[in-house]
Write a protein that binds this ligand. Structure first.
Ligand SMILES: Nc1ncnc2c1ncn2[C@@H]1O[C@H](COP(=O)(O)OP(=O)(O)OP(=O)(O)O)[C@@H](O)[C@H]1O
Ligand SMILES: [Mg+2]
Length: 608
């Protein structure tokens, strides 16, 4: 039976109870995708959870910021400037977050998606700064903050009063640095992130929250193909026993058992191959003085139209393309068949790569002693799963089995994030449902001991969080340095060059030794919070102290028994005392790991 560690308790949608009094009552679920932002809201007095409609009555908004003529524009208003001033419109910012701007893959990303704006490396932090046409520089976090503020604003348009709290859905491959950067952006935006939860886990909650499960368990696979990434998760739903109004009751829960992804393939790759195809056709047909490939404006106009063409091809065998004044004042008209589009996609291996994460999950089933027959549903979400060629490749990865589309492909993640948020806010009372995200990367800690600096597992792969881990160094006589690393450097998060995650210096050991005239153990209390962020909660130096205490003589014996006048001395039980502690640094995100039970922390104790 699982302990209650790290379990969040959720509401079935129909059972959300709202408290209308709190001023900051409404909470948001924000699906901040690389292309679109979708927002759900849980607010007193509304239907339990609903998708936020933006200022132009759309249920999703392009994640874009533009600066023109001294003004700032967001979302669709920003996109209105894309054809005229493509260098002034910043998109795909989420994908730049937390990455080292000097790595090759960073420049490759900008080139691959033909992003025309300028990016420089922040000298201190290594991350990206985006340069506007006027030469003003913005940290990526600042621009992401503007998108988050936009999400808050449209949320407030539907809620009552100011909204400050949200769960933000993130791609499953986000590592520590990406997660930190998103917190930084939220700080700038004035948004309180309740948790950063993987897209796939949000969708898993949305799928399971209104269903009943048995102890035997139900296995599902959730697959997502968005604009720039593909991901798949193996999810197990079951029950746990809890109490409701003092009575024992079975509640539903899910666990993420495995996660796979490819952060380099998505719907946008299909757009780009159509862009290249039509640019070449334009040049061949109209022979412009400057190649259309060298015109950011032509590319911006074309990419807007090929999106439509691609989406028409999902339901039709042939689709038209029309771009007015595409380049050098020439209108461009063409058509493409689905067959030709699929041939182009196959040439680049796009469908096969998109199916890669699903294939990897299917291959991992044997680790859990199950086969595809044991999987109840394979839910597909994300706009990219509407492409027939993708569906076919996914079905092949499932030995011919068809995908399930019970969830709303566009909105499942935002709705799931809203459910996570409602649970974490104190405003809503709900029926219990256990859910927790899982670590996408295993972490190890080097305790700085021994010639080889042996590393201990700190966070196993797919460990659910929040969680606490205690790491000990026995008989420590010197200060120590604990260094946390990615356990599998070949699986570093995208844009991260260093396998080292963090370094923690533990000081004061000799003072503590002198003070108590004893050698003790260092105990470092690590925690991973509900956003998957690792930090050192506190460090202790623990020495064993034996206190001698006088115990009163036993009570006088009962009459008729032999009398004794001999006093007894008892040794007090041995106890450990701790003297110094580190604690969380100011400004670090608040870990929700307080939910964690001490028992679990002990169980996870990794001793040196
Ligand atoms: N009917 C359709 N046919 C083909 N592609 C579609 C269709 N509808 C949406 N898409 C594509 O889906 C992609 C957007 O999907 P989605 O909204 O899931 O992405 P996102 O969440 O912003 O991105 P990510 O999950 O990668 O961060 C775009 O490339 C879009 O063109
Ligand atoms: Mg998405």
């Amino acid at each position: 039976m699982r302990s209650s560690l790290g379990r969040f308790l959720f509401a079935a949608v129909a059972l959300l109870l709202c408290c209308a009094t709190a001023a900051r009552a409404a909470v948001l679920g924000i699906d901040y995708g690389s292309e679109y932002v979708k927002v759900s809201i849980v607010a007193p007095g509304r239907t339990p959870i609903s998708i936020v409609i933006n200022e132009i009555s759309k249920r999703k908004s392009t994640a874009a910021v533009a600066f023109t003529g001294g003004d700032r524009w967001l979302a669709e208003e920003a996109m209105n400037y894309n054809a005229r001033y493509p260098q002034r419109v910043f998109t795909r910012l989420r994908d730049l977050l937390g990455k080292d701007a000097s790595v090759e893959s960073f420049a490759e990303y900008l080139a691959k998606y033909k992003l025309p704006y300028k990016v420089v490396r922040d000298a201190d932090r290594g991350t990206a700064r985006v340069v506007s046409e006027t030469g003003d520089e913005y940290a990526v976090e600042e621009l992401v903050a503007m998108i988050l503020q936009y999400a808050m604003k449209i949320g407030e348009g539907m809620g009552k009063g100011q909204i400050k709290d949200a769960v933000v859905a993130i791609p499953p491959y986000f590592g520590q640095t990406h997660r930190y950067s998103l917190y930084d952006a939220a700080d700038v935006a004035g948004l309180n992130i309740l948790a950063e939860v993987s897209d796939l886990s949000c969708a898993a909650l949305q799928w399971g929250v209104d269903k009943d499960f048995n102890q035997k368990g139900t296995w599902t696979i959730i697959y997502d193909l968005g604009a720039t990434s593909a991901g798949a998760a193996l999810v197990r739903y079951s029950t746990f026993e809890g109490k409701d109004a003092g009575k024992k009751k079975q509640h539903g829960q899910f666990e993420i058992k495995a996660v796979k992804w490819d952060e380099s393939v998505g719907g946008e790759d299909m757009d780009m191959l159509l862009v290249d195809h039509f640019l070449a056709e334009f040049d061949a047909k109209h022979e412009p003085s400057v190649s259309a490939f060298d015109s950011p404006k032509a590319i911006a106009k074309l990419r807007k139209q090929v999106r439509k063409t691609k989406e028409i091809l999902s339901a039709n065998k042939e689709a038209p393309l029309s771009v007015e004044g595409m380049h050098e004042d020439v209108d461009f008209r063409s058509t493409i068949t689905r067959k030709d589009f699929e041939a182009l996609a196959k040439e680049k291996g796009i469908f096969t790569r998109a199916a890669g994460p699903l294939k990897a999950i299917v291959e991992s089933l044997a680790d859990f002693d199950i086969t595809l027959k044991d999987i109840e549903v394979v839910e597909a979400i994300g706009g990219g799963t509407r492409v027939p060629g993708v569906k076919k490749a996914l079905s092949e990865a499932l030995d011919g089995r068809a995908l399930d589309f019970h969830l709303d492909a566009d909105e499942a993640v935002a709705m799931g994030a809203g459910l996570f948020a409602a649970n974490m806010s104190t405003t809503f009372r709900m029926r219990k449902f256990g859910a927790a995200d899982a670590a996408p990367y295993a972490l190890e800690v080097d305790l700085g001991k021994g010639p080889e600096h042996d590393r201990k597992t700190l966070l196993p792969l797919y460990k659910r969080f929040p969680v606490r881990r205690i790491v000990s160094v026995a008989n420590a006589t010197e200060d120590a340095k604990f260094t946390v690393y990615h356990a599998d450097p070949e699986l570093l998060p995208p844009g991260i060059v260093d396998a080292k995650v963090a370094e923690f210096a533990i000081a004061g050991v000799q003072d503590a030794m002198k003070k108590h005239d004893k050698v003790g153990d260092i105990k470092a209390h690590f925690a991973v919070d509900s956003s998957g962020i690792l930090y050192l909660e506190k460090a202790e130096y623990a020495v064993e102290v034996v206190d001698m205490v006088e115990v009163k003589p036993p009570p006088p014996p009962a009459p008729k028994k032999v009398k004794t006048d001999k006093a007894e001395k008892k040794e007090a039980p041995k106890k450990n005392r701790s003297w110094f502690s580190g604690g969380k640094k100011k400004g670090e995100p608040n870990p929700k790991a307080d939910d964690a039970k001490a028992d679990d922390a002990k169980a996870d104790d990794a001793k040196a």
